[in-house]
Design a protein around this ligand. Structure first.
Ligand SMILES: *[C@@H]1O[C@H](CO)[C@@H](O)[C@H](O)[C@H]1NC(C)=O
Ligand SMILES: *[C@@H]1O[C@H](CO)[C@@H](O)[C@H](O)[C@H]1NC(C)=O
Ligand SMILES: *[C@@H]1O[C@H](CO)[C@@H](O)[C@H](O)[C@H]1NC(C)=O
Ligand SMILES: *[C@@H]1O[C@H](CO)[C@@H](O)[C@H](O)[C@H]1NC(C)=O
Ligand SMILES: *[C@@H]1O[C@H](CO)[C@@H](O)[C@H](O)[C@H]1NC(C)=O
Ligand SMILES: *[C@@H]1O[C@H](CO)[C@@H](O)[C@H](O)[C@H]1NC(C)=O
Ligand SMILES: *[C@@H]1O[C@H](CO)[C@@H](O)[C@H](O)[C@H]1NC(C)=O
Length: 551
């Protein structure tokens, strides 16, 4: 004890000794430097002035930013809004774009009615259509007020929005609509005014195949062009239109095959553009270059893929002629360095390698009657949602896209005519999934569902044992979409409901519901026993999800 105390007493003394010596040294130095003192004090005064001046400027900037410059007015976005049209019918089309430039996505939709709506004074006759005719409308995502609305066709068929327009046209982006019996119109996305309109040269009884495709610029006018495929007399014909003027490029060309809707544009590893379409039990293909050269007789700078051309020429335009069962859906799958192709047939789902079209995996599921959607179950790893079966037997399967392994599956009976599922990326690099089903999941062994309402469920992979029942809808749903209205949190469901038959007009309704609000008022469905979290804790957790736009 003594020795410690002694040490403790000695050390401070030592330190003080050191300091004394230092001070002494400093004083000596200062005396040495005495001659340069005036210069130094002027310098230090300058430094002081500079210091206070910069401090003052900093404070001023902070003051100006925080008090004087007002915060930019964030438009207030209503969590829910609804627009109704009486005696109308509507179409399976929804698109979101920021039309009024308030940085909140707005909603584009299509409906058919006799006399224009009350919002704008436009009638079918104004645009030369007989009544009823199809109107296109844009609703503000913030509060549902109609931004523009106008007659666009006698009867709507296909719509493609966000088609870039040349600088000199006065519009930066257009919505293009193919109407029945045969019209093509481009309207300015932001104002709804007509950019151009033409009638098409489709044959009388042509059926227009979906979708309306945007293809690379073929006529070298700096604007992407448009491709329409029609089924006429058991043969698929192609029509190419200039995206800038709407004029037809060349004449009608036959693809020499019989096909159905659901074709897609596919880019091979060599950068060649191909149209792939389901034709009976085969996969048919044609290069965009070949189609263009056939209808115009001119050369195109686009490419062909030599290896694909070999296959196509030996097999009568068929890329895969031995597919198992009729092809129902084709889905582009993004892949490192290109695309793969997911093919759903009446027997199985197959992921095809993007170049060789060799199967990477095959998943046997004979009852897939909905187009699969993609999302992320594990972070940054693509998964595909397969719905096997319909109504009472329906099963939702989430497969890992790289391997075809089942990640999650759940029986989710649904009413006939239930809407398409949806997914939306979340900030944790996964996705939230939205499925429609019956309210009573447990009543799956009843043959006749008692309920007549569709229920919307949300699923997030971080809680695989839980579904949230977000809403019940008893109206007939024509179109459904989940979109990110504002970055981060403001994701919302858009629901377009209306009469089931186009011949029986009724109430058409477009509604937006903020997902976060739906989550907070949702019913928690536990799929597995033994979850420890309370329902409220689960709702709170999922209501804090942040959403991202598609990559
Ligand atoms: C709408 O049309 C009616 C009759 O054509 C006209 O009296 C009225 O002023 C118009 N309203 C607007 C806002 O243009
Ligand atoms: C299409 O153009 C013609 C004249 O070129 C015009 O009379 C007609 O109103 C236009 N139709 C639409 C829907 O804009
Ligand atoms: C919706 O918001 C716009 C501004 O963004 C405003 O002009 C309009 O009056 C609002 N409409 C309704 C119905 O609140
Ligand atoms: C389409 O119309 C043509 C004549 O215009 C007719 O020969 C052909 O049989 C029709 N095809 C169908 C599928 O109705
Ligand atoms: C898909 O559904 C069919 C008939 O409902 C059933 O036989 C088959 O086992 C299901 N497949 C999977 C993978 O669930
Ligand atoms: C399913 O049906 C069986 C008999 O058909 C019955 O015993 C069982 O309780 C039913 N389950 C449910 C959840 O209704
Ligand atoms: C849906 O309706 C059922 C009754 O039919 C009700 O129990 C459930 O809470 C409703 N769900 C929501 C999210 O409102």
């Amino acid at each position: 004890m003594d020795s410690k105390d002694v040490e403790a007493e000695i050390h401070p003394l030592k330190n003080e000794d050191g300091k004394l010596q230092e001070n002494l040294g400093n004083r000596l130095k200062k005396e040495d430097n005495l001659k340069s003192a005036p210069l130094q004090s002027r310098l230090s005064r300058c430094r002081t002035v500079a210091f206070f001046l910069s401090l003052f400027i900093c404070l001023l900037v902070v003051f100006v930013i925080s008090f004087i410059i007002p915060c930019p007015d964030r438009p207030v976005s209503q969590g829910m809004w609804r627009i109704n049209y009486n005696t109308a019918v509507t179409y399976d089309f929804l698109a979101t774009e920021d039309i009024n430039r308030d940085r909140i996505q707005d909603v584009l939709f299509l409906y058919k009615t006799t006399d224009g709506s009350n919002n704008f004074n436009q009638s079918c006759a104004d645009e030369g259509f007989s009544s009823p005719c199809s109107f296109m409308a844009a609703a503000s995502g913030a509060n549902g007020s109609i931004l523009w609305e106008r007659p666009v066709a006698q009867d709507g068929a296909l719509v493609l929005c966000g088609v870039p327009q040349p600088r000199d046209s006065g519009a930066s982006s257009a919505c293009i609509l193919v109407g029945r019996p045969g019209s093509l119109i481009a309207v300015d996305l932001f104002t709804g005014s007509t950019l151009w309109n033409h009638s098409t040269s489709f044959r009388r009884n042509a059926s227009i195949l979906s979708p309306l495709l945007q293809v690379p610029d073929l006529d070298a006018d700096g604007t992407p062009d448009l491709l329409v495929l029609t089924q006429e007399d058991k043969e698929v014909n192609s029509y190419i239109y200039s995206g800038k003027t709407g004029h037809q490029i060349g004449h009608r060309g036959s693809l020499g095959v019989d096909g159905t809707s659901g074709f897609l544009l596919y880019v091979t590893r060599a950068g060649a553009h191909y149209i792939l379409l389901p034709c009976a039990s085969s996969l048919c293909g044609r290069s965009v270059k070949g189609i263009y050269e056939k209808v115009t007789g001119r050369d195109s700078p686009l490419r062909k893929d030599p290896s694909w051309e070999d296959v196509l020429s030996t097999a009568a335009q068929r890329l895969l002629s031995h597919s198992s069962g009729a092809i129902r859906y084709l889905v582009n799958v993004p892949e490192k360095g290109g695309e793969d192709l997911l093919l759903v047939s009446s027997e199985s789902c197959v992921l095809l390698d993007g170049q060789e079209l060799a199967p990477k995996w095959t998943f046997s599921a004979p009852q897939v009657l909905r187009k699969p959607i993609l999302g992320h179950y594990k972070p940054d790893t693509l998964a595909v949602v397969i719905e096997n079966g319909t109504s009472i037997d329906r099963q939702i399967l989430l497969l890992d896209l790289s391997t075809g392994v089942v990640l999650w599956d759940q029986a989710l009976p649904a009413l006939p005519g239930y809407p398409q599922s949806a997914s939306l990326p979340t900030a944790d690099h996964r996705s939230a999934f939205f499925f429609w089903g019956l309210h009573e999941l447990a009543g799956a062994n009843q043959t006749e569902p008692r309920d007549t309402q569709h229920s919307l469920y949300m699923f997030h992979p971080t809680l695989p044992g839980v579904l949230l029942e977000l809403a019940n809808v008893s109206a007939n749903i024509i179109a459904f979409q989940v979109a990110l209205f504002e970055p981060s949190r403001h994701a919302a469901c858009i629901l377009l409901t209306g009469p089931a038959s186009p011949d029986a007009p009724g109430l058409v309704s477009l509604a937006k519901h903020k997902v976060q609000d739906l989550v907070l008022s949702s019913r928690v469905v536990h799929l597995t026993e033994g979850g420890s979290d309370s329902d409220q804790a689960i709702r709170d957790r999922l209501s804090h999800l942040r959403y991202q736009s598609e990559a």
